[in-house]
Design a protein around this ligand. Structure first.
Ligand code: SAM
Length: 215
């Protein structure tokens, strides 16, 4: 018999996240609450809590839970923060961010994915999420600056428009490097510039747009 999703979710948090070094209780709690099965295609429901990325439509992916946790923890969110996410995809990461920040602004370039995500986020009561269809490499200038920016697709370099939309003290987490493999970078805006920390290798679908890879 298939175990209830809540049981699978609790085990995912313990074995895939806490046991591997995710320490932030708010992040563990948020990921213990968000029903990942709602964000994966129906024929993948039974794989929702596997330790892997899963395919979405249009050649895109919903990231591995552990990667979602690493990226979210690295943002060091506070409850009053305003967050910009680039690459809504399924909306799963957005739902996690919504539990940890005051407002979440999320941009997706593929209209069908954005529409699907928006619908599920509404059904789950994520009232602090705002969704936009467009080129996220340009950020969301009308709502800038942001306390945190999360980019969930791989960029050839850090888009200048995004770093410019961070508050002083703001954190950005972004995969940067060639199409095949990137480094996960954590950038902090300081009074005088930016500091960068390399969190390790990762592999994401490409960030496509004016300040990233061409379409
Ligand atoms: N965070 C998502 C989730 O939880 O399902 C996974 C995102 S998927 C790895 C990367 C997403 O970035 C894709 O949906 C892709 O269409 C989107 N993307 C790529 N380039 C983009 C851009 N310039 N602006 C907005 N979205 C972009």
């Amino acid at each position: 018999m298939t175990e209830p999703f809540a049981v699978q979710r609790a085990r995912m948090v313990e074995r895939q996240l806490r046991a591997r070094g995710i320490r932030s209780e708010p992040v563990l709690e948020a990921m213990g609450e968000v029903p990942r099965e709602r964000f994966v295609p129906p024929d993948q429901h039974h794989l929702a809590y596997r330790d892997q990325a899963l395919p979405l439509s249009r050649g895109q992916t919903i990231s591995q839970p552990y990667m979602v946790a690493i990226m979210t923890e690295a943002l060091q969110l506070r409850p009053g923060d305003r967050v910009l996410e680039i690459g809504t995809g399924s909306g799963y990461q957005t739902a996690v961010l919504c539990r940890l920040a005051a407002e979440v602004f999320t941009v997706e370039r593929i209209p069908a994915l954005a529409a699907g995500a928006q619908e599920i986020l509404r059904e789950l009561g994520c009232a602090n999420a705002r969704c936009l269809v467009g080129d996220g490499t340009l950020g969301w200038p009308d709502e800038a600056p942001f306390d945190a920016i999360l980019v969930t697709a791989g960029a050839p370099a850090i888009p200048e428009s995004l770093s410019a939309q961070l508050t002083v003290g703001g954190r950005m987490v972004i995969p940067v490097g060639p199409m095949q493999e990137q480094d996960l970078l954590r950038i902090v805006r300081t009074e005088t510039g930016y500091s960068t920390q390399d969190l390790g290798p990762c592999r994401f679908v490409p960030l496509i747009g004016e300040e990233a890879w061409p379409a």
